[in-house]
Write a protein that binds this ligand. Structure first.
Ligand code: PMP
Length: 352
């Protein structure tokens, strides 16, 4: 450990990102990227933006992109906040809303970055256990708290709450900021965005990394009523006033505007997920119901780590979480193209 670091940095437990392997021939089903390319209109917009204007700073307000998000989601532009991937949006909102005297609530199990932000900003939290079937129960979120955050669908389980359930959660917690992290919402879940006008304490976070095939461009946004958005703008302008570069802005606008491509791509992934879940079930897996672009599944005869390692020998990489112990038997498998899903099934057939 470095003697140059502060004591605070020594105690941080940073997030460990999923592996990005250097070998391109691997069947990569480990980090929930989209297996299909971005819209051709996105690639054309990137080319059109690649010119001498790159010497200029980008628009710090991201106005055209905010307008595209507002058009797509039918909200006013002043209800949109933009960040460098939804991870950055989340980082800002943890700092802005959750540094309270009461603990932040989030499910146990969930996106592991939440505990990392709590460590970074010294936020007190309480991880609320999911039920045995990995469902989130509203009664567990009714006490006094300093905020609530959960992914919908949850990660890495894929289980989702309905919009009515989220409205009920908001009614029960009028004094807390409630953040719904919708990284995977476009694969069959019900977005909470239509609730924003009714609930001043709701913030919905989305990303272009998954359903719009732009993980490499790092674009995320939040939608909420103007007072919440204003708080986020204050944090952002105290940190980095240019969250998106010129190329990301061009790509983001084109991606939000190409609704037909987006819908067709999501439909393909949903069909692929349902086929994959059925094929895994046929092979003896227990597969949790998923509203995301991944499935969470366990085989009774295998430990998750051993099966992950066995699949890797066939060039197929999936994600396995050793902790908490409750999920150690599971694999999280990103839905790929039909060919990739078949490669996974072939590898399983060789091993099981
Ligand atoms: N939220 C959840 C639940 C996620 O799984 C991810 C992806 N790892 C993110 C947010 C962050 O996505 P990005 O920063 O690519 O927008």
């Amino acid at each position: 450990m470095s003697r140059y670091w502060s004591a605070f940095v020594h105690q941080l437990k940073p997030y460990v990102p999923g592996e990005q392997p250097k070998l391109s021939r691997l069947v990569k089903l480990n980090t929930n990227e989209n297996p299909y390319p971005p819209s051709p209109k996105v690639l054309a917009a990137l080319q059109a933006a690649s010119d001498e204007r790159l010497r200029l700073y980008p628009d710090p307000e991201c106005s055209e992109f905010k307008a595209a998000v507002a058009r797509f989601h039918q909200v006013p532009e002043d209800q949109v906040f933009v960040g460098n991937g939804s991870d950055e949006v989340l980082a800002h909102l943890f700092m802005c809303f959750f540094r309270q005297s009461k603990p932040l609530l989030f499910p146990d199990i969930t996106y592991s970055f939440y505990t990392v932000y709590c460590g970074l900003y010294d936020i007190d939290y309480q991880a609320v256990p999911l039920r045995d079937d990995f469902s989130l129960v509203l009664d567990d979120y009714s006490g006094d708290n300093g905020g609530i955050i959960f992914p919908n669908p949850n990660a890495p389980t894929g289980r989702a709450l309905s919009r009515d359930q989220i409205a009920e959660l908001l009614r029960r917690n009028p004094d807390s900021v409630v953040v719904v992290d919708e990284a995977y919402i476009d694969f069959g879940g019900e977005s909470a965005i239509p609730l924003v006008q009714e609930f001043p304490n709701l913030l919905v976070v989305q990303t272009l990394s998954k359903s719009r095939s732009l993980a490499g461009a790092r674009i995320g946004f939040a939608i909420g009523q103007a007072p919440l958005i204003d708080g986020l703008e204050r944090i952002k302008n105290s940190f980095n006033s240019y969250p998106l570069d010129r190329l990301a802005l061009a790509a983001g606008v084109a991606a939000m505007d190409d609704k037909d491509y987006f819908e067709a791509c999501c439909a393909r992934i949903i069909a692929g997920r349902d086929g994959l879940a059925a094929a895994l079930t046929e092979r003896g897996f227990k597969v949790l119901p998923s509203a995301a672009n991944f499935v969470f599944a366990r085989h009774p005869a295998w430990e998750g780590a051993a099966l992950t390692a066995a699949l890797r020998t066939h060039g197929v990489i999936v994600r396995h979480f050793a902790k908490p112990e409750r999920i150690a038997p599971f694999l999280r498998i990103t839905v790929g193209t039909d060919e990739q899903n078949q490669a996974l099934l072939d590898a399983l057939d060789a091993e099981l």
